[in-house]
Write a protein that binds this ligand. Sequence first.
Ligand SMILES: Nc1ncnc2c1ncn2[C@@H]1O[C@H](COP(=O)(O)OP(=O)(O)OP(=O)(O)O)[C@@H](O)[C@H]1O
Ligand SMILES: [Mg+2]
Length: 459
Amino acid sequence: MGPTSMAANLERTEPAGFDLKPREIVEYLSRYIVGQEEAKRAVAIAIRNRWRRLQLSDKERAEVTPKNILMIGPTGVGKTEIARRLARLLNAPFLKIEATKFTEVGYVGRDVESIIRDLVEVAVGIVREEEIRRVEDEAQQRAENRLIDALLGTASGEFAERGTTSTSAREQMRDLLRRGVLEERRVQIRVSGTFPGGVHVFPLAGMEQLEMDLSNMLERILPKRPEVREVTVREARQIFLEEEREKLIDKNRISEEAVRRTEETGIVFLDELDKICATGRSGHGPDVSREGVQRDLLPLVEGTTVNTRHGPVRTDYILFIGAGAFHHAKPSDLMPELQGRFPIRVELSALTRDDFLRILREPESSIIRQYEMLLRTEDVELEFTDDALETIADIAYQVNQTSQNIGARRLHTVVERVLEEVSFHAPDLAGQRIRVDASYVRKQLEDIVKQEDLSHFVL
Ligand SMILES: Nc1ncnc2c1ncn2[C@@H]1O[C@H](COP(=O)(O)OP(=O)(O)OP(=O)(O)O)[C@@H](O)[C@H]1O
Ligand SMILES: [Mg+2]
């Protein structure tokens, strides 16, 4: 397949998983997140709208900007979890970032435009994967040929000297390789080598653009030193394969396609948005930097162009999903312009005791299942009875009421405590089946729950 037909192919493909229907998205999310239907539906619709928009003509499409979403709800009820699961589901460039990363306190020399740069890198990763899959067969063939050359000692002139060995010798070697009998055999290979010393330019605050340009430039002008290494056939195959993949993929096309996908399908999840609200007394101190972050974010959300190492990226059609507890600050404490950019508001509800029970029971990777898996590695079989789960849900709910309400996170601290004993002694319990019932749960937690002070610290 020539480079042109490859590129044409690449341009036409939409990522798999991109055309998911709202119902399918909600179904997927529900495998991990209990309740919060309103938020799940809003997110699913917004994502479907990305697909719908791409079905329009260029002219129509230009008119349709995404309706950004603001998810509001108490701590520990699933806001970030929804984002995490979406990121895995969608084969679209998706980036989750805390807005607080850009306030002075958390300042590590990042400007808000780095959000878009990171998003493009995610897109590059996705497109690169697809491109590698496309060239894989060819890369494998070439790697095998180089491996044969190396084993027959004809590698010095790359493919040039191939004619000097008889076809039958090559085919015999190929056969041996494919039968896997040479894997541990050592062989000398010539590899294209790495940059001398490894180039790295340290980022300076606010100068990421410069850093980027410098690294790019250095990568281009510094010569790569070829080197000869002695490795096993197994390693040589891997090295050749990676080199051949790199040669076969079209990097410019990847950049172009990644930029296009970022612009058309990119999603940014801005977490902790409530924490960049000014809280009352404004004028100086942290409030100034928080409002500064809002002001910096505004152009991104409104639509601007950000320079990245893969080219300029327009942010007009990127979907932003904001989330925050908004305990102390209200959405109306955000700058009006920013508020206006998040027209869809969804509230996540506080979790009930029954929700807790479902969270323990239902999700595929529930904390209970995680523990069962972990202890199975020690050959310990955990068995939770129904009343044990009910008791854990009860206690978690109760502690949330009397102490601070941290939502489902409380389940983690409670379960952690219930299993502390087993977890510690597990290596000595190999081969056993541990039954965790209500009375066991109560026994492990009794002292702590009774003393409210203590539960503050321990649970
Ligand atoms: N509705 C839910 N279903 C299943 N698990 C949940 C649910 N809500 C929270 N959890 C679990 O509780 C933990 C905390 O949830 P998450 O990180 O989503 O909280 P959050 O809403 O983002 O809170 P915060 O405002 O403090 O950031 C996660 O491990 C998550 O799996
Ligand atoms: Mg969160």
